[in-house]
Design a protein around this ligand. Structure first.
Ligand SMILES: [Zn+2]
Ligand SMILES: [Zn+2]
Ligand SMILES: [Zn+2]
Length: 328
């Protein structure tokens, strides 16, 4: 079982997940393409369903799955021990890394990516995410769900088959805490409602927008071609989003990934969904970040937390806007 340890210098929790190191592919040289370990065939392909634990949920017409949710075999968070913090002397603090770690297999097709899914299939992915978040939010002791899609080895994916992960933990992680603080600092309105109003008025950082969603290259972009995807409807929790908004966000992720591919080729990327902590006593507006991995963080960025971005968001938005496949 994994363990939480508190970094006393930053106040952030770290997960020590020794069991995940059973995956030898984790340490392959960074620039190799993602390839399945030849000793271990892809566990997410349809003919191998029997080799991994049974699906927790399965979505698709006529008994054929299009999206499947399975337990992660090497969970970073697992078990239901309460978050009892122990102090080891004056400095060290630890707790059990209780929680849930699941995999969403995005498609039965090993060689596809979210960019290749149909609009209806993209909507199913988002509905699966919503359903699992609803379920996790009802689990006693857990406080926050982080959903991610990693694609490409540089982005942290160790299996090529398109998949996402949902990690639910007994604490509010640092990134979410920072964003909550940003919402709280912005007095008088919702921060992201104000951002999309301003961007849709100005237009020059909008990559794509319709009546349900705005996709922008944020004014404060720290990495080239990063995108922020925000539903117009003000709602803190992804789990409470209505089905049409989920479909619109799913479709927008697909447009964004297709635009990236047409502009930059097959780059690695991360998609990260931010939804409010389960019990929220402040304001928040759920959204998704899309970060292509086309630059690496050097010592300055890691040492200072200050990012240097060599492509302005205005230029990136111009570039991507021209490549977005708009709905017919
Ligand atoms: Zn596969
Ligand atoms: Zn809002
Ligand atoms: Zn965010």
């Amino acid at each position: 079982m994994s363990q939480l340890r508190l970094d006393p210098m930053t106040g952030r929790w770290v997960v020590i997940a020794g069991e995940r190191m059973q995956r030898p592919s984790d340490f392959l040289p960074r620039l190799l393409p993602v390839e399945d370990d030849p000793q271990r065939p892809c566990p997410f392909c349809p003919d191998r369903e029997g080799e991994i634990p049974p699906a927790l949920e399965s979505y698709g017409p006529d008994g054929r799955w299009e999206v499947r949710v399975v337990p992660n075999l090497y969970p970073a968070f697992s078990g239901s021990d309460p978050m009892v913090v122990s102090h080891l002397g004056p400095v060290y603090t630890q707790a059990p890394a209780s929680g849930i770690h699941e995999v969403l297999v995005l498609s039965p097709d090993h060689n596809s990516s979210w960019a290749d899914l149909s609009d209806a299939h993209s909507a199913l992915v988002m509905e699966a995410l919503r359903d699992r978040m609803l379920h996790h939010a009802q689990t006693p002791g857990l406080r926050y769900s982080q959903a991610v899609v990693n694609c490409g080895r540089e982005a942290g994916a160790s299996i090529e088959h398109p998949h996402g992960q949902l990690l639910t933990m007994p604490f509010i992680p640092g990134e979410a805490a920072n964003e909550l603080a940003g919402f709280a600092r912005f007095q008088g309105n919702c921060l992201l409602c104000a951002v999309i109003d301003a961007e849709e008025e100005a237009r020059h950082r909008v990559v794509f927008a319709d009546d349900r969603v705005a996709m922008i290259c944020p004014f404060w972009s720290g990495t080239p071609y990063e995108m922020l995807i925000v539903p117009h409807n003000h709602e803190p929790h992804l789990r409470n989003a209505d089905t049409a908004d989920l479909a619109a966000i799913g479709r927008s992720v697909k447009y964004a990934l297709a635009a990236l591919r047409s502009r930059l080729g097959d780059v690695a990327y991360n998609v990260m969904f931010h939804s409010a902590p389960f019990r929220l006593n402040a304001d928040f507006h759920w959204h998704a970040h899309l970060m292509p991995k086309i630059s690496t963080r050097g010592g300055f960025e890691m040492g200072s937390g200050v990012l240097i971005n060599v492509v302005s968001p205005e230029r990136a938005a111009d570039d991507l806007r021209a490549a977005v496949t708009a709905p017919a």
